[in-house]
Design a protein around this ligand. Structure first.
Ligand code: PAF
Length: 294
């Protein structure tokens, strides 16, 4: 029987702000022999987050979602202040899905006065978003380490839209011997291909109409690059297409190894094409696999 099916009545969603209460709740579940899944988020939940929560609910007896807009992973003050915050709506969505607990701590609970530790996953964190947003990936690795150690779950769920983040978290967990399985979940898209993101609500109607061009270009590139063609000319074409669609600047459009993020001149091994580009004040990211075998 699936863990979710074993649960009898759906209790109200508990919202906890403190690490001590979180630990007590998880300890009670553990004593009852229940498995625990966690879905770390920064809130403004969309169908991509809900896919993570649904997967967690299918695979674990108890599901924790976290909402914490992590200041350490923002490198621009106005990006942090403008990040959408919709906790009451989010709580309703999580409750409807059967999530057991929302952990939504205040900043001081996670980073008390004098907090000084930084978790850094070297090479994986320095390229792509790490190169264009200095400190971003260290901020992610630091907060995810803390959330995992605070909750000690069996499984933690992350979306493939943030593929670099997924690899950084996997490596960090392996290197630090944190006993949790990291589960990657496929990107959820709008019908026009735009990857779901909490930032999409910040797009104007005109920008929203242009935004799916990012996915169109990535798909065309994945097709052009599969089978090992030289990446230079297709990537140059892709940049021109993005500029024509109004993306400015383009932070990166790159072909990299899927497991290591090493830069590749051709997709002669499992690869992915990665993009980050701006429409006005909104930075969009996306990535797709490139099949080396076809
Ligand atoms: O993907 C996100 O929303 C964040 O980077 C995460 C994993 C919740 C860490 O703050």
């Amino acid at each position: 029987m699936k863990p979710a099916a074993r649960r009898r009545v759906q209790a109200p969603l508990a919202i906890l702000r403190g690490i001590a209460e979180l630990r007590q709740t998880v300890a009670r579940w553990r004593c009852a022999g229940q498995s625990v899944g966690i879905v770390p988020t920064m809130g403004a939940l969309h169908a991509g987050h809900l896919a993570l929560a649904r997967r967690a609910r299918d695979e674990c007896d108890r599901v924790i979602a976290t909402i914490f807009v992590n200041p350490k992973q923002f490198n621009q003050a106005d990006d942090l202040t403008g990040y959408p915050r919709e906790e009451a709506d989010d709580a309703g969505k999580l409750h409807a899905l059967g999530v057991d607990l929302l952990f939504a701590p205040p900043v001081e609970e996670i980073y008390p006065e004098g907090f000084a530790t930084n978790v850094s996953v070297a090479a994986l964190a320095r390229c792509l978003c790490g190169a264009t947003r200095p400190g971003h990936m260290d901020g992610v690795a630091t907060v995810v380490t803390k959330l995992l150690l605070q909750s000690l779950p069996d499984k933690a769920y992350f979306g493939e839209k943030d593929y670099q983040q997924l690899l950084v978290v996997r490596k960090m967990v392996r290197d630090l011997d944190i006993p949790v399985a990291i589960v990657g979940v496929a990107t959820v898209r709008e019908t026009d291909g735009l990857a779901l993101s909490s930032r999409n609500v910040l797009l104007t109607a005109e920008q929203r109409a242009r935004a799916p061009e990012l996915y169109r270009v990535l798909r065309a590139l994945a097709e052009q690059l599969e089978g090992g063609a030289a990446a230079g000319p297709p990537l140059a074409w892709g940049r021109e297409e993005l500029v024509r669609a109004g993306f400015d600047p383009i932070d990166y459009l790159e072909l990299r190894s899927a497991p290591t993020l090493e830069a590749l001149a051709r997709a002669d091994r499992p690869a992915r094409i990665f993009a980050a580009a701006w429409l006005g004040q909104v930075r969009l990211i996306d990535n797709l696999p490139v099949d080396p075998g076809s």
